[in-house]
Design a protein around this ligand. Structure first.
Ligand code: 5GP
Ligand code: ZN
Length: 113
């Protein structure tokens, strides 16, 4: 998959070739704010390995994902949120590099300053 990785937006973000608002990084995962947030704080966690779908990802890239998701949820103060991961066009995947969304669900009172 060398050529797919070479043209992959998320691989370029990991390398720093495309700028991103980075949150947390470990040896195996990178996280940053989504460029088109569905709500304030919408974040993405991606493995530092180019695989299109979850079942194609080597296991060693998975253990940091949930602890980082938890860390981000705590840092952005999201009490209610979705942790989502899409695989394939029918499942609404647009970027073909495995990624996990953290999408805060602010309550009406959160909007009042
Ligand atoms: P998907 O629909 O594939 O699960 O979600 C892909 C997500 O990646 C979308 O929410 C989209 O806004 C985000 N995204 C696409 N390109 C970029 C980019 O260049 N930078 C950042 N930060 N997010 C991106
Ligand atoms: Zn990639």
């Amino acid at each position: 998959m060398a050529s797919a990785a070479a043209s992959c937006i998320f691989c370029k973000i990991i390398k720093g070739d495309i700028p991103s608002l980075k949150l947390v990084e470990t040896d195996t995962v990178f996280s940053f704010l989504d460029i088109g947030p569905l709500s304030k704080g919408h974040a993405l966690i991606i493995p530092k390995y180019h695989a299109e779908k979850l079942h194609e990802l080597p296991d060693e890239y998975l253990p940091d994902v949930l602890p980082i998701a938890k860390k981000i949820a705590l840092a952005i103060g999201a009490e209610q949120y979705n942790l989502l991961q899409n695989n394939g066009r029918l499942a609404h995947q647009e970027v073909d590099h495995v990624h996990f969304h953290i999408i805060p669900k602010p309550s009406a009172s959160d909007d009042q300053g």
